[in-house]
Design a protein around this ligand. Structure first.
Ligand SMILES: Cc1cc2nc3c(=O)[nH]c(=O)nc-3n(C[C@H](O)[C@H](O)[C@H](O)COP(=O)(O)OP(=O)(O)OC[C@H]3O[C@@H](n4cnc5c(N)ncnc54)[C@H](O)[C@@H]3O)c2cc1C
Length: 369
């Protein structure tokens, strides 16, 4: 149980730290949130674009989800092609959720909505302040870059993949890198595009490109290629490139997600490939879970609740990434025929839809509390 009047320190004001601050504040707990950078993700960087139904359900009681829904686009399915020839279309149907779609909202905008909510509730992010050291973990103390030494009731390490908090408390980071480079490009179109359907362009030799719209004139292109410019090959009506990025991926997680009263959440606890758009979502689930548990005095359950879900996501994203990078010959041959036929059967279509929306993972039992 959180000691009366004591503060929970959140290291990192990325989407996960911000979501933790919202969830703790709405449950009546006192927070401080610090971030090493000067401000949130720059406006032009979409980063995590796909927001999944469970994330919206977690952020609904605070009212944040409604603000996100008002700003974001709705992806209702995908059209598949191979080597430029249309293969089939898939439409999300039958998924048991009030929001049966992928909300496409750039991470920079999600962060601004969370920051706006916090400001309205009297919580200001302390920018340009980093956590440099963690002392004792059972009655945690944290040293900040300002020189302040703070006794916190709990510390949440939401400080990203290179987490100082994780390192300071000595939690090992295990897993492995993945061969190949992912590239992405956010592009603007001179004419309106289909804002509700992703386009998946596969190549016979393996790999391919996904186009995820976010609005009537903008989309994210992402693929397993070395040069972001090649993502634009054959694309019509592009009027500008807003942002490009190139990165290697790894499948890693912290060996523990808690030590004493220091808890890890988001990329500080787990990283994997962007295939499936799970990263930020999984982190916001961590944030919602630790906030709920702290408010009920059940925080000792955090790690046992989250690690099985994290492991399931790492396994599933690894499988999906392998399938995209090196599709087995049988899958390549059968997919254009077998997938559209199978997904005409309602229970199969519902299963595929729910898997796509990550509703196949164990859902937080505390969602309505
Ligand atoms: C190109 C790209 C595309 C992606 N697409 C998707 C997607 O579609 N869907 C999805 O769910 N995910 C996606 N992701 C992943 C997603 O961006 C991350 O999972 C998400 O940002 C993790 O949030 P976080 O808050 O845990 O960490 P971060 O966003 O990394 O935030 C950590 C914060 O901690 C701060 N910090 C660091 N050290 C300290 C310290 N010592 N003290 C205080 N503060 C500190 C940093 O300044 C930073 O603001 C994508 C990622 C990339 C790179």
């Amino acid at each position: 149980m959180v000691a009366e009047g004591k503060t929970i320190l959140i290291a990192g004001a990325g989407p996960v730290g911000l979501a933790a601050a919202v969830e703790l504040t709405r449950r009546g707990l006192k927070v401080r949130i610090v971030d090493a950078e000067a401000g949130p993700t720059p406006d032009n960087q979409s980063r995590a674009l796909a927001v999944l139904p469970t994330t919206l359900a977690i952020l609904k009681p605070s009212g944040v989800a409604d603000r996100m829904l008002a700003e974001g686009g709705r992806i209702l399915g995908a059209d598949f092609s191979r080597d430029g020839k249309p293969l089939f279309s898939f439409r999300i149907k039958g998924a048991r959720t009030p929001t049966p779609f992928i909300l496409s909202l750039p991470q920079a905008r999600t962060e601004r909505i969370l920051i706006g909510w916090l400001e309205e509730h009297g919580v200001a992010v302390e920018w340009n302040v980093s956590v440099t050291e963690i002392g004792e973990t059972h009655r945690p103390t944290a040293t900040l870059s300002t020189g302040e030494c703070l006794a916190a009731d709990a510390v949440l390490g939401c400080d990203g993949a290179h987490s100082r908090v994780r390192e300071a408390v000595g939690i090992p980071w295990k897993g492995e890198g993945y061969p190949g480079t992912f590239s992405l490009a956010d592009v603007r179109f001179s004419v309106p595009i289909d804002a509700h359907h992703a386009k998946i362009s596969l190549r016979s030799g393996g790999g391919g490109t996904a186009l995820l719209p976010f609005g009537a004139h903008e989309a994210r292109l992402i693929g397993l290629v070395d040069d972001p410019r090649t993502l634009l090959d054959g694309l019509q009506n592009v009027s500008g490139i807003v942002w490009t990025s190139k990165f290697h991926v790894a499948f890693r997680r912290a060996e523990r997600m808690a030590k004493g009263r220091v808890y890890l959440a988001g990329d500080a606890a787990h990283v994997h490939s962007p295939v499936g758009g799970r990263g930020m979502n999984l982190g916001i689930w961590d944030a919602g879970t630790i906030a709920f548990l702290l408010s009920k005095g059940r925080e000792s359950e955090y790690e046992t609740r989250r690690l099985p879900v994290v492991d399931a996501v790492l396994k599933a994203t690894r499988r999906m990434t392998d399938l995209v990078a090196h599709p087995p010959a049988l899958v390549k041959y059968l997919m254009p025929l077998g997938f559209p036929l199978a997904t005409r059967i309602p229970p199969i279509r519902r299963r595929v839809s729910e898997r796509l929306l990550a509703l196949d993972l164990p859902q937080p039992e505390w969602l309505e509390s």
